[in-house]
Design a protein around this ligand. Sequence first.
Ligand code: CP3
Length: 333
Amino acid sequence: MNNTLFLDALHCRNHGRPPVWIMRQAGRYMPEYRALRKKFSFKEMIRRPEIAAEVTMMPIEQFGMDAAIIFSDILTIPDALGCPFDFHEGVGPVFEKPLTPSDVAGLSVVNSLDFVGEAIRLVKPLLAVPLLGFCGAPFTVASYMAGGIKQVKKWIFQDPESFHKLLDLITSVSIEYLKMQTEAGVDAFQIFESWANALALPQLREFSFPYIHRIIEAADIPVILFGKGTAGFIPDLVDLRPQAISFDWSCDLAGVRQQVPETIALQGNLDPHVLYGSADVIRSECQKLLEKMRRDRGFIFNLGHGILPDMSPDAVKVLVETVKPLIAPYSRR
Ligand code: CP3
C-alpha cells in the first residue's frame, strides 16, 4: 500500500491533507458502471467476485480516492439468512415476504457469503490505497427485512422480545462476516446505521447501540460508525468506542469535534446535493469544510450520505481535485 493517508487519519495522526473517499463511490452515477449493469443484475454483480473487484476499482482509477470500499451491499446478510428480495427500480429493495415475529425462530444461515471474501482477495493486490469492508447495523438490516420503518416500529412496540432475538442473530452473523472480510484483507470496516434517525434515544439505546457495540468489540481492525441523524447523541456514539464516527450534513463537524475525543476520527459531512451545484459552488463548499477541519489530525473528507445516481462524475472529479492538491497545514491556495 502506497497511500496511507486514510489509515493515518483514522488513527488521528495525519499531518498532511485529509484523505477523501465518497460513500457509494462505485455505482450508477458512473457510465462505466451503468454499461456493465446492462449485462448483469445488481445481485449478479456482487455475487461474481471478478465483477465486484472490477467495480470496486472503477472510482479509484477514475478519480483517485484515498480509500476503496468493496462493492457489495448491506443486504447480503438477509440473503445469507435465506430471506429473498429484489431491487425494484426507483423503489429500492423489496422483500418477497417481509419478516414477522413468528418467523424469527426459524431463521438460520443457509447461504454462504464467501463471494465477498473472494472479491476482497481479488481486488486487494490491485490497490495502492486501503480497502474498506462493511455491513449494515443490525437495526437497519432488520428494518429492511421487516418491510420498512413503519413495520419495524410496530414490531418494537408490539413484540420487543422477538425483535431482540432477530437483532441478536443479525449481530452474530455480522460478526462472522466482519471476521471473514478481515481475514480476506480489508484494512478497516464501516457499519451503516442508515435508519438511526427513525428512532428516539431510548429506542436507540435499546435496539441499536448495544448491537453495534458488540460488532465493534469483536473487530480487530478500525471501525467507522455511520449513523443518519445522530448528531444529537454524540456521547452515546463515543461510548461505543468506534475508531471513527461518520456524520451526515445536519451538523457542524468543528462543533462535533468539541464533543469527540481527539483519539476518535471524524468523517463526513458534505451535503451530497452540493454535487448538483456548479464547479465553483462545489469548490467553495468543499473549501468551507476543509477550512473548518484544518489541522484536525483525524479528519476524513466524505459526503454526509451516499452519492445519488443522477449526480455527475465531473462533480466528483471537482470534489476530489479540491481536496487532493492541499498540503499541510492545508489552507486556501
Ligand atoms: O459505497 C460503495 O460504493 C460500496 C457499495 C455499497 C452499495 N450499497 C452498492 C449498491 C454500499 C456500501 C452500500 C450500502 C447500503 N446498501 C446501505 C447503507 C448506506 C446508505 O446509503 O444508507 C443501504 C441502506 C443499502 C441498501 C440498498 N442497496 C438500497 C436501499 C438500494 C437501492 C437504492 C436505490 O437507489 O435503488 C441498494 C442497491 C445498491 N447498493 C446499488 C448499489 C450500487 C444500486 C444497484 C443497481 O445497480 O441497481
